[in-house]
Structure formats: C-alpha cells, structure tokens
Design a protein around this ligand. Structure first.
Ligand SMILES: [Cu+2]
Length: 87
C-alpha cells in the first residue's frame, strides 16, 4: 500500500517543468542584440517552444519546449531570421 501511494505521488503533475526539454543549437552570423532578438522571435514562434535563450558571444541557442523541437524546424526559423545553424 505504501509503495502504491509513493508511485501515485510521483505521477501527480505537481510541477510543470518535468516535462519540458531543452535543446541546444548553434547559430552563426549574429553580431548584435538585434540579431539575437530576431532569432529569438522566429524560434519562439515554433509550436511548443516556451523559451529561447541566446548567447551572442558563442552563438549558442537553448530552446526550451514541451516536446523536442525538430532540428529542421529550428533551422528554418533561424534561416527565416537571416542566419544559419552551424552544427
Ligand atoms: Cu545584429
């Protein structure tokens, strides 16, 4: 009975973050804050994406989403913003 209660407790969606996933991409060509804003905006439009973190210095882009975002979708979004993925 105790183990049943424990497993039930673990299945209760007490937090939302547990189902979120973060995928890292690298974008080349960004040179300033406007570039960062453009990339963030385009990737942010993708279905399921809840947050986009961009590091201008390294070109690193961390995409937080409910489901893993297809690389092709991110590549298209980045391309739409005028840049491209490097890895
Ligand atoms: Cu720029």
């Amino acid at each position: 009975m105790v183990s049943l209660e424990v497993s039930w407790a673990q299945c209760t969606p007490g937090g939302y973050h547990w189902s979120m996933t973060t995928t890292t991409f690298h974008v080349q060509g960004m040179t300033c804050g406007h570039c960062v804003a453009a990339v963030r905006e385009e990737i942010g439009r993708l279905a399921g994406v809840s947050d986009v973190e961009v590091d201008l210095a390294t070109g690193r882009v961390d995409v937080t989403s409910e489901m893993p975002v297809p690389r092709s979708s991110v590549a298209d979004a980045v391309d739409e913003a005028g840049y491209s993925l490097t890895d």
